[in-house]
Design a protein around this ligand. Structure first.
Ligand code: FE2
Ligand code: FE2
Length: 251
């Protein structure tokens, strides 16, 4: 499935993005997980040419280090998407309390994206038998508090929160894509082709990175940089996100 996406801002942190035009198209790799269950006799997904192993099995030929990488990527991203869901939940609650229906609608639209991201990460976590973070309740409480407090402060503060979070997450998805490269393109020509779940995972990370950058765009367009104390707020939230990522890599 292909959709058209409008994007006005490509931050320098994510210079690996393929296009700098405002209007471009991209495929939704994550839809490989939204297809109906295949029949037992089928060898490929009913909606794509992907082999069925891409969405149902995990590679068995990885080194311990490569397995730890996959485990860490999925754990951090699942925790991050959980956090994003609770930030938007907090912002939506604040906008509802304040009666700001227009901002509530914008927040709800971005939240809908995050629900999809979390669903797909949960599929990946099950498929690859990755260990989820043990700090789920902590991330939920902190993320809701961040979303609600910035939302109650002002619409611009809520958008500054989104801008700061999505900047870090966009960079983080890019770092993960770089880390996956040796698994996708082994330097040894005699190495077997990568398990089909790995290029699919990389495509999903790219898709989600681009979604997060759209959220970043929306936040800037909606006045994030007009928030009082914008620089300080961005710095604090950005550092907080980086600390959370580091913790989730291990716990
Ligand atoms: Fe997300
Ligand atoms: Fe997002």
């Amino acid at each position: 499935m292909t959709i058209i996406i409008s994007r006005s801002l490509i931050p320098s942190c994510c210079s690996t993005l393929a296009s700098s035009s405002r209007l471009f198209t991209r495929s939704l790799a994550s839809h490989a997980y939204m297809a109906p269950s295949p029949s037992p006799s089928s060898s490929s997904s009913p909606t794509s040419s992907l082999p069925i192993e891409a969405t149902t099995t995990t590679p068995t030929d990885l080194t311990d280090e490569q397995r730890r990488l996959i485990d860490s990527i999925i754990r951090v991203d699942q925790a991050g998407e959980l956090g994003a869901n609770w930030i938007y939940r907090g912002q939506k609650w604040a906008m509802d309390v304040k009666g700001d229906k227009e901002t509530a609608k914008q927040v709800e639209e971005m939240w809908e994206n995050e629900r999809h991201h979390l669903t797909i990460l949960s599929h990946l976590q099950t498929q690859h038998r990755a260990r989820p973070t043990m700090l789920y309740p902590l991330w939920q409480a902190m993320a809701f508090g961040l979303g609600a407090s910035t939302g109650l402060l002002s619409k611009e503060a809520a958008m500054a929160c989104t801008e700061a979070v999505e900047t870090v997450i966009g960079e983080h998805y890019d770092d993960q894509l770089k880390a996956l490269q040796p698994l996708l393109n082994p330097t040894d020509p005699s190495s077997p082709a990568p398990h089909p779940s790995l290029p699919l995972m990389a495509d999903i990370l790219k898709e989600f990175r681009d979604d997060e950058l759209e959220h970043l765009d929306t936040a800037v367009e909606e006045g994030a940089q007009k928030a009082p104390g914008h620089s300080l707020l961005s710095a604090i939230i950005g550092v907080g996100c980086k600390v959370a990522i580091k913790v989730c890599e291990k716990v």
